[in-house]
Design a protein around this ligand. Sequence first.
Ligand code: ADQ
Length: 489
Amino acid sequence: PPSEPPKNGHHDLIVVANRLPVDRKVAADGTTSWVPSPGGLVTALEPVMQRNAGAWVGWSGSAGEAPEPFEARGIRLIPVMLDEREVEEFYEGMANSTLWPLYHDVVARPQFHRSWWESYEQVNQRFADRAAAEAAPNALVWVQDYQLQLVPQMLRRLRPDLRIGFFNHIPFPPYELFAQLPWRRRVLEGLLGADQLGFQRPADANNFLRACRRNGLSTRRGMVQLPGEPRFGSPDHHPRREVNAAAFPISIDARAVQELAERPEIQMRAKEIRRELGDPRVVLLGVDRLDYTKGILHRLKAVEELFEDGDLEAQDAVLVQVATPSRERVDQYQKMRQDVEVTVGRINGDYGKIGHPAVHYLHQAYGRDELAALYLAADVLLVTALRDGMNLVAKEYVATRYDEGGALVLSEFAGAANELPQAFLINPHDIDGMKAQIMRAVHVTPKEAQRRMRAMRRRVFDHDVARWASTFLKVAASAVEPNAVASVS
Ligand code: ADQ
């Protein structure tokens, strides 16, 4: 018989994320159910969640309905409701049209709307309320990403006993850009409610620390020193607190990725893909969410010029571009999809041959199996992001290549470049430079390719997502209780 689910307020570890790790499934008869969609994060956290009566607080992904809490693989899933207007203002608005472009170097223009901010505050409060109600005394709460930057402070107000961690999956921008945000102080205060802040790169942590200093706080060796806060109805003060900000580069379940690639049916599929492409000498591959930060247009421009210059020929070389549909109701995404599709059409019109398009463009979400086969089939993976927190596609490609073959062209503006300097690094704004690096990757000797791939594989396997999660949780759990810190006020 299934065991009694834990009651409210009994979870020792809570993950708070915009999305629950579930997908809605509509059956033929119209009834809906929720099926777990284990991504990297939930896979990494599963063992520790199971050991620690873990719960996951998040949105189901559909407006206006919040299913009752339910259990999936030993993890309690606690849905938070968003209504249609909140999906527009909090999610598509403040999260995806303000913070996302602002935090990615303003590669698209961020929009600032006061009504969106109000919605952001309200939704953050709802997530904080829910987590506060579910947490056991002294529990550890781990808040994820830019949609929920106010939750740490809101939670601390509700539950000063908790230890609170926050991880930012996207870049933290230089202060000159962050300063555009009309609510910049509120965001800093929100984040500083945490004990431990995690960023992808040391540069992101430094940008955050600099923003704190620019707002009058002092920092020392990654610690932000917070003065005591006045306590309601009492002349004494909350003791001074320190908040640590550091880099914890996220990763993948490298072993699982490799095991998939080693399966005979995946290898057969990889060979079949090359046949279906017409057995070209060179297969270039791009796999991205269709997002303007990923530099897809820059990549297409470089490839188009390589066809134009005759360095690549359509019967000899193809680009396969898998672009997952993403944020399709946001204007900037509709515009960029049009630009990409016009460009692909032009390249094929100019350089394709009957039965041999130059670019195979797939606006589809692919399953893990097909992605693994594509990674195996590709001679060169192109990651040309204009700015990217990490970029897990690069790490997945490396983990897939148990044969130590293949070459990675990687933007220096992706967090992954810090860890994978053996890739063919590029600046995607430098089209000539990018073209030269793509051709170096195409012509690399097997020995040189192997040397590079081996070094990158060592890094990805040594620093997998389990290590990322356990390292973060260890430091967050060791945060000193606020009351144990001497007051200086
Ligand atoms: P994303 O911007 O979504 O993530 P990324 O890190 O590349 O970018 O992760 C994408 C994931 O989606 C990968 O696991 C990939 O395999 C999968 N995917 C992409 N295209 C797909 C397709 N067509 N079909 C199926 N799956 C596809 C954000 C940040 C990143 C950061 C991650 C994790 O923007 O910088 O690395 O969070 O912190």
